[in-house]
Design a protein around this ligand. Structure first.
Ligand code: ZN
Length: 332
């Protein structure tokens, strides 16, 4: 391990285990942001998946570490705290509503009795609609065969987005990193183009997203609650007033219809929000909303832009790095 990483891990650990650290975190809450839990750690390691995916071994390692240092609580225990506990609190959140949350994450949440909140992009739930970055990324990664890959490369070229030669590098890490950069660049394409490209990717046998029966089963366990993460996952700050209202209403109504006790918490797609979006979210009966700015929640600050810490495969494998980031986030 690099010296710098070791130092970060050690000072993070000291922080969690020192009176100063414990004092600072007393009564504070840490909200973690995850997306997917894949079936394989090896698959999650690759740079183009690392940020949004963790593997089962890394996820289990993270849960054990969290239980050692924190009280693992439902999100609402942090947002509307009752009794103050001795230890700092942590709440797990998952964005988008991936099917693997039920298949791979839930059995481990249950094993360790760690509560979680899942934020659904409601148009995807119970449908075969796909998330563009997953379909395009995995097709370009050749997960669906060379023919599909070549076809997609042609389509991208036509849209003025030729695949960089680094995406053909024989070294897997470099190839994956180049793909990550390329995918990030595609965010500037229009939603229409992205949808068309996604439709051109081969369909997997199983839907990417949860279905409502799975949502119902997870909710019935008492361990998981759900909230909205947009309907179509459109970036809210880019929508006009009417479309913004439609996204917020449609996602809220889908949750009210599909869940017994939906959370009064909105979760912005991509974390993007501004004053107009926050005002509209409040108007749609959400007193709380999650952004992606990092920090610790102490009951102060804007409840419509709550901070979170993202968890990647790398941090799940080395949670000491997470305590370093919490330490940085906690410093005044
Ligand atoms: Zn998302």
């Amino acid at each position: 391990m690099a010296i710098k990483q070791l130092l970060k891990r050690t000072s993070g650990w000291l922080y969690l285990n020192s009176p100063v650290g414990r004092n600072q975190l007393h009564g504070a809450g840490v909200i973690l942001m995850l997306h997917r839990v894949l079936a394989s750690d090896q698959a999650a390691e690759l740079p183009h998946r690392n940020e949004l995916c963790v593997g089962p071994k890394a996820f289990e390692h993270l849960l054990v570490w969290l239980k050692k240092h924190f009280d693992c609580v439902p999100l609402m225990d942090i947002l509307q705290p009752g009794a103050r506990s001795e230890r700092p609190k942590v709440a797990l959140t998952f964005d988008d509503g991936w099917r693997d949350n039920a298949v791979n994450a839930f059995p481990l949440l249950q094993k360790y009795q760690v509560p979680a909140s899942i934020f659904l992009s409601t148009d995807f739930i119970g449908s075969h609609q796909r998330f563009w970055w997953e379909s395009i990324g995995e097709t370009l990664w050749n997960s669906h065969g060379e023919q599909a890959r070549l076809h997609l490369i042609e389509r991208l070229q036509y849209l003025g987005r030729p695949l960089p030669t680094l995406c053909d590098d024989p070294d897997q890490q470099r190839r994956s990193l180049a793909l990550l950069n390329f995918l990030q660049g595609l965010k500037t394409l229009s939603p229409l183009d992205l949808n068309r490209l996604t439709d051109d990717c081969p369909q997997e046998s199983l839907p990417q997203a949860l279905d409502w029966q799975q949502v119902h089963n997870l909710e019935a366990s008492g361990l998981v609650r759900f909230g909205p993460h947009g309907a179509s996952h459109a970036i809210l700050t880019g929508l006009d007033d009417q479309r913004l209202d439609e996204e917020l209403s449609r996602s809220r109504d889908a949750l009210l219809h599909g869940c017994n006790q939906p959370l009064p918490v909105y979760c912005y797609p991509n974390g993007d929000n501004d004053a107009r979006v926050r005002q509209q979210v409040a108007r749609h009966d959400f007193p709380f909303a999650l952004g992606t700015g990092t920090g610790i929640y102490r009951g102060a600050g804007d409840p419509l832009a709550l901070p979170r810490f993202g968890v990647s495969q790398r941090t799940a494998r080395n949670p000491g790095l997470l305590s370093w980031r919490i330490y940085r986030g906690a410093r005044p």
